[in-house]
Design a binder for this molecule. Structure first.
Ligand SMILES: *Cc1c(COP(=O)(O)O)cnc(C)c1O
Length: 369
């Protein structure tokens, strides 16, 4: 007995206590601020689809009944809109859940999983949870470097996670490059294409990954309803080869998508007009914000998502931390991104016209102070 009886208590598996817990974007301003603009979590400034709100209200009276554990009607609705086979779709409690399930299913202790320098933080958490080793690859001009990723593959590599576009940079990898990455990977390595922002991308050389998943045995594409208006409902989905669907279905919780999420999701994905309005709003204001910040002398990483990464001057008076404090005091909540390797930048979600103009006006005054 190495422990005295009064000290004995359950101990987490090796490595669990080395994990840095995820820190979500702030959602509150100091008391006394008249109006709060939450621009820290890449939510849709236009809100949920009105049809999704109605569907959620309607199911509220039937919440005593378990949901369909296979989320069949939601998978069929997604399949119809995207032209896919519903059997190849897995729904999840946000796409975060599927990222964790993939790590849990395909990584053994000691395996390696590749992520990029400024990648979305949850990959690392799930890799470590599985007892595997995150291998972080330097980016080039704040974008994934395909050659460097390929050079890092070893016999222990089991997964490559690629957020395309990435959060918090907003940069994307053109699809020719994604194909080149896939061609260079050994066939036992799983390529996870996280296309959380796919709806917002307006580039001819971008693809979310549907065709690649359809023609390979080692690629999955993950998607989410969160950035298009349903962050609170927690709905993600994955398009995957049958053998991966079969493995994940053995591991996932039997009712991982709740009844409200299923009904809201079906209504939301069929409401194409709301998606189009949201994307059009984003296109206008993403360009406007990027231009205005640049005019203020702030460097902006070119973004194709629904957010921008804004870099601040080196002087202490006008640092990202100082700007964050200034904006927060005025009700504008942006995202600090030090944990992502950007100690002197803030990520701002494209907001309503009022929020966007407000942030630019506040930063104009701030930078003159
Ligand atoms: C927001 C986000 C997700 C997942 O969000 P869920 O709400 O769990 O669906 C996944 N990947 C990236 C890159 C994101 O920014």
């Amino acid at each position: 007995m190495s422990q005295t009886p009064d000290k004995a208590r359950p101990i987490p598996r090796a490595g669990i206590m080395d994990i840095d817990a995820y820190v979500p974007g702030k959602s509150t301003a100091p008391t006394g601020v008249a109006k709060v603009y939450k621009l820290s979590s890449n939510e849709n400034p236009l809100g949920p689809s009105p049809k999704a709100i109605e569907a959620a209200r309607e199911i509220a009276g039937k919440l005593d009944v378990y949901p369909d554990g296979t989320a069949r009607r939601l998978r069929e609705a997604i399949a119809e809109v995207h032209g896919l086979n519903p059997a190849n779709i897995i729904c999840s409690n946000g796409s975060d859940e599927i990222l964790g399930l993939l790590a849990q299913t395909y990584l053994s202790p000691g395996d390696e999983a590749v992520i990029t320098e400024h990648a979305f933080m949850v990959y690392k958490i799930y890799i470590q949870s599985a007892g595997a080793v995150p291998v972080t690859i330097k980016e080039k001009e704040e974008r994934a470097d395909i050659d460097a990723i390929l050079a890092a593959i070893t016999p222990r590599t089991k997964i490559v996670f690629l957020a395309n576009p990435n959060n918090p940079t907003g940069t994307y990898v053109p699809f020719q490059e994604v194909r080149r990455l896939h061609s260079g990977l050994p066939r036992h390595v799983l390529l996870v294409l996280d296309a959380a922002y796919a709806e917002y991308v307006r580039r001819n050389d971008y693809e979310a990954g549907i065709e690649l998943v359809g023609s390979a045995e080692n690629v999955v594409m993950t998607r989410t309803f969160s950035k298009i208006g349903l962050g609170g409902a927690r709905i993600g989905w994955t398009y995957a080869p049958m053998h991966i669907v079969d493995a994940i279905n053995r591991v996932r919780g039997p009712f991982n998508v709740n009844a409200t999420a299923i009904e809201a999701g079906i209504a939301a994905i069929r409401d194409r007009a709301h998606v189009e309005r949201s994307v059009a709003h984003n296109e206008t204001w993403l360009a406007w914000l990027s231009e205005e910040f640049t005019k203020l002398g702030l460097r902006v990483t070119p973004s194709v998502g629904n957010f921008v990464l804004v870099h601040f001057p080196e002087d202490n008076k006008h640092s990202a931390a100082a700007a964050d404090e200034y904006l927060t005091a005025r009700g504008y909540i942006l995202r600090r991104v030090s944990g992502y390797g950007f100690p002197n930048a803030l990520r701002m979600t494209v907001g309503t016209e009022e929020a966007n103009r407000g942030v630019v006006a506040a930063l104009t005054t701030f930078l003159k102070s």
